[in-house]
Design a protein around this ligand. Sequence first.
Ligand code: GLC
Length: 420
Amino acid sequence: MRSRDEEARAILRGNDRGGYSVPNGRVYPFQWNWDSAFVALGFATFDGNRAWQEIETLFAAQWADGFVPHIVFWQDDAGYFPGPDRWQAGEGVRTSGITQPPVAASIVRTLWDGDPGVRPRLAALFPKLLAWHRWFWRYRDFEGRGVVVAMHPWETGRDNSPEWDVPGAAIDTAGVAPYVRRDLGHLDAAMRPTGAEYDRYVALVDFGRSTGWDHARIAAENPFRVADVGMSMIFLRANRDLLALAQVLSDDAAADEIAGHIARAEQGIGWLWDDAARSWCSRDTITGRSSGFVTSASFLSFWAGAGDGPRDEAMLAHLDRIGMRVGYLMPSLDPDDPGFQMLRYWRGPVWAVVNYMIGRGLKEAGHVAAGERIRADTNGLIARSGFYEAFDPTGGAPTGGDTFSWTAAIWLAWARRSDP
Ligand code: GLC
């Protein structure tokens, strides 16, 4: 039997389409934005050149206004819906018209190890990362609150989290032209979003397309505009990492610009603290209502360095409580929530990439034992069940697609051994 290390490397090689990776060859046969960032971490453990290339290929699909799409359709594949014809987006190469959590700057900072030979690649990537962050400041924080406003549940990377249920109910799906889901041809419907959720996803794609992917109009008129706690935390952290890279490159003007936005986010992120839930929660910007849900994204406050003493204590109390309820942290939804479902995607299952950010964030914040539990649980899930898309937090059973790139990458880069 091959070791998990060998299996993980074989998965990354097998999902390599020549300069970019697919998350999974059947369910997700194109390049996905934040998947590629995490995949680069995995490649970095055995092929440094290929790691940088993964990010460079993603940024080759960047639009002139700085936007980086959530999917890049480098090659056609009928196995996925909605494909390039439904999106009608892209410059040069066909893409989707929404983005995904901006984790790339944080990953690039990890890839950068001070090697002078790599410095030209860092210098070439830096302005592209900065342009993407400027795009976020302009079109995903158009009220200047210091948070990230998602225009589509897919943009958050946590597609069917219950945080989107109430804001999503306002989306008019009556005009959605008929379509055929492809995901249900690959996977059990019990593991996937529902039909009603899919109608909303498609309605939002159709709305964006109807504007010609005019990001200013979308910011003003999109029927779904939710400040996502996950993206907001990831972006705050990414800006800290981008600032460090600006300093490496001695780009003082960029460093000042980024530092100003970090200061604003540190002030503004408090808007996402929910006193009743005693947790960080997503908030609908249209109604002003907090979701009230404790999700795995709530714990990204440690990764962002967003908390203070009392708020960190409150999150650690949630962690202890949830840790006693499940076999494996961190479930994507609080198991004490009545909507918790152990196999349904972002309503319960554990995702290795989120664990990576939570676990590292906890350790960096000095909560070493909690961070180590997250890593050890991730290790236990993959050792037990293999490289699946996600896992049941109660017993560790696999859910979603197999031979998953980012799960393999997180194993190689982090889960397989404790940090030195
Ligand atoms: C699903 C996930 C998303 C991921 C994509 C490809 O849509 O929710 O986070 O990027 O699959 O793996």
